[in-house]
Design a protein around this ligand. Structure first.
Ligand SMILES: CC(=O)SCCNC(=O)CCNC(=O)[C@H](O)C(C)(C)COP(=O)(O)OP(=O)(O)OC[C@H]1O[C@@H](n2cnc3c(N)ncnc32)[C@H](O)[C@@H]1OP(=O)(O)O
Ligand SMILES: CC(C)C(=O)C(=O)O
Length: 521
């Protein structure tokens, strides 16, 4: 790149383009909460919404403009007086307000969508930018569908937008059509052919219809873009936008190649991604780069063996640097002896070679039947399942009541009865914010064990009306992430088993070691 110390500004549009994902609408309070998280993450600008689109969006933008500090607050408007004035009114109180006006420039959009000639589109763009510029100092202009626009017309309208006062020129690949070499060449062309190009920051806004949004945004940077528009988890219209976490980490991991940096606090990437998933209810796919559950999980024996020798063999970035606590060695069908021995050692078992070989054979047989082999399964393999089952709490009765409507008797309540390792029976009850919360609170009371639960999820492991649900609880025990699982046709019962799985392991781990080694022989 020509500019070795380039700073790339990150413009997050999760709250505007991201919210355009079907199913991702957020309330004003949720948008405000997420805007604070984006400011903490260190985004240079956050697009808070499109005030003219609804009262709810206008109210969300207002609250964000008044409260959120540390990032420019941008809002979107068509080249319409009303839209632009609504932006200015909603942005009142913002420390750094930006109005972002857009109009389509491609022949297809001009003819079929707007019914406007080239001249009329330029006229509207100039009207929009100059009106916005009278209201705020920071004005962004976007040429919608820029990548399907005649390059010389794009240069003409960008030149007119700069002359009218635009400070950022955004070049959107609205339908995710371009390729890396094409967009790079377009940015180079625009930087050379737009009049007074140095008076504006060039920006890329890439959609992911062909899965190229991040690659195209990186290529735009190579071509001279110094702002990239992106969203957390890559949410956005249709297949989404450039994923912020992927772009930021690509620039960081390949900093020598790109010679560019951002001011994002990368350790906040995973917490921010999780917050967005919780707010929108849109799960992140497991194999999603950087923030997916599998991003730092290793299952195959050859990789695990390499990882145990040097993590650089199979990891190009550290999980801690993006907000995960550690890499994960997942025990499954593809795991080898090195990983098994290492995991068993972490569980307190030092096996001699012959015992390890026997356990390994039993482990492979079990892994054929189970997708993932958990610590409790390994303990059962080594100690014998009876020994494990009888050395902990077992659920003998469970009752959960819940409901909605605000009546006192619908408050989520759980009661449990457990049998202990020494034959004792204990019953306890608790209320909670929801049925699972109440259940976990009742189990904590009954066992006297407090678990610091990090995450909880239920998935179906069989199909049909009588499908088995598998509950997975991840808790932090002595600073280490421990996963417990339970299966049942009743998801609350599965959840109780998953919670007890961790609690029992925690108490076994604290039991005298001699007892645990005795069964191995
Ligand atoms: C690529 C993008 O992501 S663009 C942003 C997309 N975001 C949104 O659409 C936000 C949500 N939208 C809405 O709530 C509504 O569409 C509103 C309130 C903005 C407009 O609603 P309506 O007035 O009912 O218009 P409708 O949505 O049916 O059509 C859009 C109108 O805007 C016009 N228009 C579209 N883009 C622009 C533009 N950039 N500048 C000027 N006019 C435009 C269209 O030509 C059409 O005009 P017409 O009504 O005269 O035919
Ligand atoms: C309004 C612009 C920036 C947009 O979202 C797009 O073209 O995809």
């Amino acid at each position: 790149m020509n500019d070795p110390a380039a700073r790339v500004r990150i413009f997050d549009t999760s709250l505007r383009d991201g919210e355009q994902s079907p199913g991702c609408s957020m309330t004003a309070a949720q948008k405000l909460r997420f805007a604070h998280a984006l400011a903490e993450l260190g985004v240079d600008a956050l697009e808070a919404g499109f005030p003219a689109s609804s009262d709810a969006d206008r109210d969300a933008v207002r609250a964000i403009a008044r409260e959120v500090r540390g990032s420019t607050v941008a809002t979107l408007a068509r080249c319409h007086e009303g839209d632009i004035d609504a932006c200015a009114a909603a942005l009142e109180g913002a420390a750094h307000p930006r109005i972002h006006v857009f109009i389509s420039t491609s022949p297809l959009h001009r003819e079929h969508k707007l019914g406007l000639s080239r001249e009329q589109v330029v006229e509207r763009a100039v009207m929009g930018v100059s009106r916005a510029r009278r209201l705020v100092d920071d004005v962004e202009f976007s040429a919608e569908d820029a990548l399907r626009t005649e390059p010389e017309f794009l240069a003409e309208i960008c030149s007119a937008a700069i002359a009218a006062g635009a400070t950022t020129l955004n070049i959107p690949d609205t339908v995710g059509y371009t390729t890396p070499s094409e967009i790079r060449a377009l940015f180079e062309y625009l930087r050379a052919n737009v009049r007074d190009a140095d008076r504006a920051v060039f920006s890329a806004h890439c959609h992911n219809d062909l899965g190229l949004a991040v690659a195209n945004s990186l290529a735009a940077i190579e071509g001279g873009a110094r702002q990239v528009e992106c969203t957390i988890n890559g949410i956005g219209e249709r297949a989404g936008n450039c994923a912020l976490e992927e772009l930021v980490m690509a620039l960081r991991v390949r900093s020598h190649y790109y010679g560019a940096h951002t001011r994002i606090d990368s350790r906040r990437l995973v917490p921010t991604s999780r917050l967005l998933s919780r707010i929108t209810g849109m799960a992140v796919q497991r194999n999603k780069a950087v923030v997916g559950q599998n991003a730092f999980a290793h299952e195959s024996g050859i990789h695990q063996h390499g990882m145990l020798k040097h993590r650089g063999t199979y990891e190009i970035m550290r999980p801690e640097d993006v907000g995960w606590s550690q890499s994960q060695m997942v025990m499954g069908r593809h795991s080898g002896r090195a990983a098994l021995a290492d995991r068993l050692q972490a569980l307190g078992f030092q096996l001699e070679e012959a015992a390890l070989n026997r356990t390994f054979a039993a482990f492979k047989t079990l892994a054929e039947k189970k997708r993932e082999v958990f610590d409790a399964d390994l303990e059962a393999l080594v100690l014998g399942s009876d020994a494990v089952a009888h050395r902990g709490w077992r659920l003998s009765r469970l009752h959960v009541s819940t409901g909605a409507g605000g009546e006192a008797d619908t408050m989520p309540t759980a009661s449990v009865q457990l049998h202990g390792a020494d034959g004792e029976t204990v019953s306890e009850a608790a209320v909670g914010d929801g049925p699972v919360h109440a259940l976990f609170a009742a189990l904590a009371r009954a066992t006297g064990i407090e678990l610091d639960v990090d995450s909880y999820q239920v998935s179906s492991v069989t199909t049909g009306d009588d499908a088995q649900g598998q509950a997975q609880v991840i808790a932090r025990v002595d600073g280490v992430e421990v996963t417990g699982s339970g299966t049942s046709t009743d998801i609350l019962e599965a959840s109780a088993h998953a919670w007890l799985d961790i609690a029992n392991r925690q108490s076994r781990a604290r039991a005298p070691a001699v007892h645990r080694h005795a069964a191995i022989a």
